[in-house]
Unconditional design. Structure first.
Length: 369
């Protein structure tokens, strides 16, 4: 037998093994989907007919994804394994009732990417032009959840998102962390040697400032409402480029002239999932609160002291002007733990006694993906 024939036999054996494995994977996915349908039937049977059945459970999905990563033995990465399970769960959930998700649009934004990363591609994702519109759609019950950006590792918080929480009764049900890679995009009519203007969102322009200074110091930088809008503008302009993500490039048929041009290689954005439900503990959780403090010396120290004394890990503290008083400020605080934890509950009671007002925005699973 020649070496070539021997190689062909080995490949044939491996392909047959892959076919057998694929058959077993398909059978198991179908079995899982049937089990998910049975779970839905049990839920329906225990509730009155007019009650809304919660098929999507954020804490349960987080636990499933963590277990998938813990059991992973390679060669796929933990994150890749979790993404596969995310899509399986998304498809199974859609058998009963596809989740409707509002996100800050238009199509092709990083927020859409975050929504699909969190809910999977079987969810129905709907774009809206402003953050307050996303809040309104969720509050009105037109969609199940909303996805909004809250902070970027390079440029800081998205104040408009924080401000919307002050007048809303919505809860934070989850979070998504997305590594942000910025690309310089051009269209099929672009003269790449004569680029004189570059469109993007103001935050993206800021995230790529040094790269732009080095490569296009004379080009006009034009801030628009979103990176997707920047991408859409290119079709009719021969001397323009846009900074946006790969999703926008695919959606609008653009070419990536330069990839990963962000100044900070670890540039990432955190997004919040907003909804109406209270989320039980998943085992690895975060809590967000907004606190209004009286205008007096040492207010911030008095606010943070209980967290420090009880060794609660604060992950973010942001200050925003209050809408109720000229010199009154509110603090947005994220910390590790769930409100159902007796220690967390005790700390929040202490903080409430010292504050003019305390509002729980939600306890939710820490981002898995």
């Amino acid at each position: 037998m020649s070496a070539e024939q021997n190689e062909e036999q080995k490949l044939l054996a491996l392909r047959n093994e892959i076919d057998a494995i694929d058959e077993e994977i398909g059978r198991l996915i179908s079995a899982r989907a049937k089990c998910a349908q049975d779970v839905a039937e049990v839920k329906k049977a225990t509730l009155p007919p007019e009650a809304q059945v919660l098929f999507y459970r954020p804490e349960r999905e987080a636990q499933v994804l963590r277990k998938a990563m813990e059991r992973n033995v390679g060669p796929l990465s933990n994150e890749e394994m979790a993404r596969l399970f995310r899509e399986i769960m998304s498809a199974c959930l859609a058998l009963e009732n596809p989740i409707k998700v509002a996100y800050l649009g238009p199509e092709g934004t990083f927020t859409q990417q975050a929504a699909l990363k969190h809910f999977g591609h079987s969810a129905v994702a709907l774009p809206f032009s402003a953050i307050d519109e996303v809040f309104r759609e969720v509050e009105a019950g037109a969609v199940n959840y909303g996805v909004v950006p809250v902070e970027n590792s390079t440029e800081g918080v998205v104040n408009h998102t924080l401000d919307n929480f002050m007048g809303s009764n919505l809860k934070i049900c989850g979070e998504v962390e997305l590594r942000i890679h910025q690309n310089l995009l051009v269209s099929d009519v672009t003269n790449v040697g004569s680029i004189s203007r570059i469109y993007s969102h103001s935050q993206s322009l800021a995230q790529c400032r040094k790269w732009l200074d080095a490569h296009y110091p004379k080009a006009e930088r034009i801030a628009v409402n979103s990176n997707a809008e920047a991408a859409k503008r290119l079709k009719g302009e021969w001397n323009a480029a846009a900074i946006a993500g790969s999703m926008a490039a695919e959606l609008y048929g653009l070419k990536v002239l330069a990839e990963k041009i962000e100044d900070q290689p670890d540039n990432s954005t955190r997004f919040l999932i907003i909804g109406t439900q209270t989320v039980p503990a998943s085992g690895v959780d975060k809590t967000s609160v907004v606190v209004a403090m009286r205008n007096e010396p040492g207010a911030l120290h008095n606010l943070l002291e209980p967290f420090h004394r009880h060794n609660i890990d604060l992950t973010r503290v942001e200050t925003r002007p209050s809408r109720t008083g000229a010199w009154t400020y509110v603090f947005f605080i994220d910390f590790v733990g769930h409100v159902d934890d007796p220690l967390i509950s005790k700390v929040l009671k202490e903080v409430a006694q010292r504050a003019a007002d305390l509002k729980l925005l939600g306890s939710y699973p820490k981002a898995v993906l």
